[in-house]
Design a protein around this ligand. Sequence first.
Ligand SMILES: Cc1ncc(COP(=O)(O)O)c(C=O)c1O
Length: 399
Amino acid sequence: MNTLKLSNRISSLTPSPIRKLATLAVTAEQQGKKVHKLNIGDPDIKSPEKFLDALKNWPKPQFGYAPSQGDAQFLSSLTDYYKKLGFDYLNKEDILTTWGGSEALILTLMSVANPGDEVITFEPYYTNYNSFANFAGVTITAVSTDIKNGFHFPPVKEVEKLINNKTKAILICNPNNPTGTVYTKEEVEELLKLCVKFNLFIIADEVYREFVYDGKKQISLLEYMDKYPDNIIICDSLSKRYSVCGLRLGALISKNKELLEKTLYYAQARLCAGTLDQYVAESLNHVEKEYFDNVISEYELRRNTLYEGLKNIGIEVTKPEGAFYIVAGLPVKNADDFCKWLVSEFSYNDETVLLAPAAGFYKTPGLGINQVRIAYVQNVEVLKKSLKVLEEALKLYKD
Ligand SMILES: Cc1ncc(COP(=O)(O)O)c(C=O)c1O
């Protein structure tokens, strides 16, 4: 007799640390508290006016399917965007439009790895990589990075040690979520060389490409694509770049023709990315540089406010160089317990804060237990209030 039982695959999933405390926040709000939501990378920044205008001007009487690879005009706007960055060797054929960076990552893993294969990444890492790997039956192997050196990569021989005959790819996130690290040219090139030497794919999650501070520049793997067409896969997204997380648009980019050709078959099965979404985003290449300049200086201000504020209350932090997150080591034994207590039992002036406990961003059990990830996606005033809540909470909290 069969038993009614879910798959082993789904049974091994755990809740996302980014969203798992959200129901406690709802309860706190029902109790009349103001909850500052710094748990999730969903910014309060206004989307470009041009997108909002396009939304009002949808020209058709219905919403039909788009081509599976992506709407032609949307693909052109993407190649224009990459051209403006200096990558003029990217053509439409090198791009597959996806449902956000998330689908680009899922399709990449499905396309490059067999069930049981391994992909190396660096912990702490974007926690949803675990679920993406689960789709493909892939095991993530993690190289640890340390808050003490800004979460930069350890020497490349530490990575090489983990390569075995099941290893298919190295996955990097640059600028990094959750750490905010922006890797140096040397770090990026050493990993690339390693992948080329061992015939591995290098998957670059570059959804935070624009978010780099202090006048630094992100080293994109797009720069090396012409030279290493088969190894490099870029997973990109519009979500953060234009503050359009709900549009669900991203891209899988590669010069590996076989990969793109075959991955399109998956894309055909899921029909297309949103037709309206792509229409709205077609104007992305008309978004002025000024839009980004303003957005980046706003995030830099937020980064500074949060970093200085956390340091002033004695919390262990390293200054993020990019993205819009910071990993903070709290003076508590267990950040998971603290975050639950903070949102459900504590308030200061009827305000509390929702944070993401960071242990779920690590693969190695026991790492990150006292850490949280804080997203600076709210304005400076909210961040200052949140810092005050945190300071008062830590004075009162008993492990
Ligand atoms: C590092 C990273 N990669 C990918 C994604 C996926 O985002 P989306 O599917 O909205 O493009 C996110 C979202 O937060 C992220 O932080």
